[in-house]
Design a protein around this ligand. Structure first.
Ligand SMILES: [Zn+2]
Ligand SMILES: [Zn+2]
Length: 148
């Protein structure tokens, strides 16, 4: 490259950088396209389909030649699918798995961290008497006492 090419004025922003149509802020048809975040707010997800358009950011509306660095991808609303309704069940399963890994089988305390159950089989306090910091565990629920 020569100095001459370097001194050339900046090239205009190519309007079709990825072969997708671009919309300026506020000009995309809302009933047709939505960003991932907008889909999410409506309880939808792209559902595997690729973005179909690009939305330029607000700041770019006054600078049409600028290359947008904060663009958003737009998805087709009619191809969007509802968010999987399993979230609660999945969360419960994940929590149960975490509880199993952080609960001492000897003293039944649930710690805020994963215990070395595979090597020690219990918490450190049950293993060698090292007192555990009470702020690092939740005391076991009383099973034989009446809740009063
Ligand atoms: Zn922009
Ligand atoms: Zn223990």
């Amino acid at each position: 490259m020569t100095t001459r090419t370097r001194r050339r004025p900046r090239q205009a922003h190519p309007r079709l950088p990825q072969g997708l149509p671009e919309y300026d802020w506020g000009t995309a048809p809302a009933e047709e396209f939505a960003t991932r975040r907008q889909l999410r707010a409506a309880g939808l997800r792209p559902g595997g389909h690729a973005p179909v358009a690009i939305l330029r950011c607000k700041a770019c509306t006054t600078r049409p030649l600028r290359a947008c660095t904060r663009l958003a991808y737009l998805y087709r609303v009619d191809l969007a699918k509802p968010v999987r309704p399993m979230t609660l069940a999945r969360e419960a399963a994940l929590d149960a798995a975490m509880a199993a890994r952080s609960t001492c089988p000897v003293c039944r305390r649930r710690y805020h961290y994963v215990l070395p159950l595979r090597t020690l089989g219990s918490c450190l306090e049950c293993w060698d008497g090292t007192p555990a910091d009470p702020s690092t565990y939740i005391a076991p629920r009383p099973t034989h006492q009446l809740a009063a």
